[in-house]
Design a protein around this ligand. Sequence first.
Ligand SMILES: Cc1cc2nc3c(=O)[nH]c(=O)nc-3n(C[C@H](O)[C@H](O)[C@H](O)COP(=O)(O)OP(=O)(O)OC[C@H]3O[C@@H](n4cnc5c(N)ncnc54)[C@H](O)[C@@H]3O)c2cc1C
Length: 288
Amino acid sequence: MEFLRPATLAEALALKAERPGAVPIAGGTDVMVELNFDHRRPEALLDLTRVGELTEWSTVEDGTVRLGAGVPYSRVITELGESVPALAMASRTVGSPQIRNRGTVGGNLGAASPAGDTHPVLLALDARIEVASVRGTRLLAAEEFYVGVKRHALEPDELITAVHLPAHAGPQQFAKVGTRNAMVIAVCSFALALRNGQVGAAIGSAAPTPRRARAAEEFLAAELPWGSSEALPDSLKRRFGDLVAEATSPIDDVRGSAAYRKHALGVLARRTLTWAWDEHRTGERACA
Ligand SMILES: Cc1cc2nc3c(=O)[nH]c(=O)nc-3n(C[C@H](O)[C@H](O)[C@H](O)COP(=O)(O)OP(=O)(O)OC[C@H]3O[C@@H](n4cnc5c(N)ncnc54)[C@H](O)[C@@H]3O)c2cc1C
């Protein structure tokens, strides 16, 4: 197996164009598991760790954060907790410190597992995924990115270069059910964002792809008493939870049954709504 080591993004894209079968490797926390278990044996690995352009983030003009695909979770937690809190919350739940030091949002997207923790956040925040090749750069809505179980919308010569997220975009929450707090793939997960009268709500590990709960979003956007500082009635939270549960199409597997996932997502939806609404009405964030 060849090990290709580009030093710049231009070199990485040229190599990917020449060798579309080369498998990108960033933190390696998914790729190395696959190689160690002999699940795949690619002709070449394309090591992205020396490509500086992928390991930076910046705030661009309209208040959007452009997060390089190769920024590890540990930096998302320490550097983006204020501007993109839900992504930092999700990052805190990934694996162990070692995994968070190596693993990246770009790698989570590349793996495109329905259980990946960043996906519900990217969907709820209307993130855009920046992908590039020698042919140019394009921005995909997060919703267009996930096309099937562990399948994404990248062309064979493309790399994920960054994720664009709104900064300081209002109350947002992420919550996950797992058997313990570390080293655990989600049984199910949920992200919620309340933004100027709009609602983003998305589920993980409860359908073939991460997905938005559209009917729940529309219900909440219409029914939330946006100008009020009152707590929300239980009936509204319950209806929201029911609509989120209805948006799922989970399976039974080793981590949990379909029925449990549906139930748990209703609970996570109600809980995160309580926390996000409390932040909306008091200005104080409850941290999941
Ligand atoms: C012990 C353990 C615990 C874990 N816990 C969690 C968890 O709690 N939550 C969770 O979501 N995940 C978890 N994971 C999975 C993994 O850590 C994450 O998916 C992580 O985000 C992968 O990032 P990476 O940089 O290591 O990706 P890599 O392993 O380097 O790559 C992953 C995939 O993305 C592709 N890729 C990487 N970068 C790019 C790029 N720039 N462009 C195109 N394709 C690219 C690779 O080819 C590969 O297919 C865990 C893994 C382990 C081993």
